[in-house]
Ligand binder design. Structure first.
Ligand SMILES: [Fe+2]
Length: 206
């Protein structure tokens, strides 16, 4: 009897943020994201220069947990998720633990997109979703072996999830998504009339 086994897995972690008053925290994060997006002139300028339709604090602010307690609370609540993901992918921790070293806001307007990228200098990356209106884009992950598939046939439209070269996730607000930072991903064009709001972060081992 033949066996076909799946090896070299790429893991995506997804879980509700959890804990008390999640909806209130997400509401606070939304308010904070919007007010910081209004006030952060350097971030607005960087977003415009980078062709990011909307606002990201990625390049302009490195102190969100100090600016607003909702980000500090979020970072604290993400800790057990990071630990669980590290365990799920069998990292040999050697006494280390994953710690968030950067956290930033993404407000993607209608028609906005975030082209393919990886998160350099970090180990685990992730996003917490704040607003995912109807028509908002999913996040798309790319098979890290894609560059090696010069002669490989395309996959069937209905290929099994583990055989596809791209994977789409469209989490609901309050969901935590984690992946290893080397995994290339993008946010295709946001077709929602309203903004798609999320908070992303990188974690390193300390
Ligand atoms: Fe990203």
């Amino acid at each position: 009897m033949a066996r076909v086994e799946q090896i070299f897995a790429t893991s995506i972690y997804s879980a509700p943020l959890g804990g008390p008053r999640v909806k209130a925290l997400i509401d606070e994060l939304r308010t904070a994201c919007r007010s910081i997006a209004q006030e952060d002139i350097a971030g607005q300028r960087w977003s415009a220069d980078a062709g990011y339709k909307g606002y990201t604090s990625y390049a302009s602010l490195d102190d969100l947990p100090m600016r607003n307690p909702s980000f500090a609370e979020l970072a604290e609540r993400l800790k057990p998720h990071l630990v669980e993901f590290a365990a799920a992918v069998d990292f040999e921790m050697r006494g280390l633990r994953p710690e968030i070293d950067s956290i930033w806001i993404n407000v993607l307007e209608n028609g906005g997109t975030h082209t393919g990228h990886i998160h350099t200098n970090s180990v685990i990356s992730g996003t917490v979703y704040v607003d995912v209106p109807d028509g908002a884009s999913a996040i798309r992950f790319e098979d890290p072996r894609l560059a090696m598939m010069m002669a490989a046939p395309p996959r069937k439209a209905r290929a099994a999830a583990h055989n596809r070269n791209f994977a789409y996730f469209k989490p609901t607000p309050g969901t935590v998504l984690l992946w290893e930072s080397w995994l290339r991903h993008e946010v295709p064009t946001n077709l929602a009339a309203e903004d798609r709001i999320s908070v992303s972060f990188n974690a390193v081992m300390v």
